[in-house]
Design a protein around this ligand. Structure first.
Ligand code: DX5
Ligand code: ZN
Length: 215
């Protein structure tokens, strides 16, 4: 069964604590934290203070997605007892190997994300050091966009590489995934599905989560 990481970008920010507590009780495996800086992506979301305010509320780990330039400067602020993954963008790193080392030395698992226009083979030499690859299935920056199916062969590629090299990184997909199309990424071999609108805006959130993760 795939795991699910609901993105709080689609939550009601005026009731963020309640929304996070609710989603944890309905079977979320992680809370996906979308951090946007208005430079790497054309939108600003929230920073570490907002994430930290959820520490005593979330009962599942944080999966932090940094859509920011110069992630090395800020990533340590996002490492808490609740943080499992810190994911940076391949496109935002001058020295990816150094940033991956930095994340691990700071105490989190290291994720690397690729935008829709980036080929997964750029990560080949790094895969042995990475704990998770996040395949973007929308252009990062906004929730509620349409799923791009060029993410599917990327998931398949990463799964095949993992087997070929005997590695154990997780494969995550993010953007436009919901109950109606989750089977596509699950068939391709994804391990963790990020879903914002499809979960938080659902009439029945439990049902939405179950449909997304079930086999
Ligand atoms: C996009 C974010 C996603 C997004 C997912 O830049 O990284 O996590 O919020 O939202 P939905 O599921 O609504 O596409
Ligand atoms: Zn995200």
């Amino acid at each position: 069964m795939a795991k699910i990481a609901p993105s709080i970008l689609a939550a009601d920010f005026a009731r963020l604590g309640e929304d996070v507590s609710d989603i944890c009780s309905r079977g979320a495996d992680y809370i996906h934290i979308d951090v946007m800086d208005g430079h790497f992506v054309p939108n600003i979301s929230f920073g570490a203070a907002v994430m930290k305010s959820l520490r005593g509320i979330a009962t599942v780990p944080f999966d932090v997605h940094l859509m920011i330039e110069n992630p090395d400067k800020y990533l340590e602020e996002f490492i808490t007892d609740n943080t499992e993954y810190i994911t940076v963008h391949y496109e935002a790193c001058d020295d990816l190997a150094a940033t991956v080392r930095h994340i691990k030395e700071a105490g989190a698992k290291a994720g690397v994300s690729i935008k829709p226009g980036t080929d997964p083979s750029v990560l080949d030499e790094h895969l042995k050091d990475i704990d998770m690859v996040l395949v973007m299935s929308v252009e990062p920056g906004f929730g509620g966009q349409k799923f791009m199916d060029n993410s599917v062969p990327k998931i398949e590629y990463l799964k095949a590489k993992r087997e070929e090299k005997g590695l154990d990184y997780m494969i995550e997909v993010d953007g436009g995934v919901g109950a109606s199309n989750a089977y596509i990424v699950k068939d391709a071999g994804v391990d963790i599905i990020v879903a914002g609108s499809a979960v938080f805006k659902a009439e029945d959130r439990t049902q939405a989560i179950n449909k997304i993760v079930e086999n």
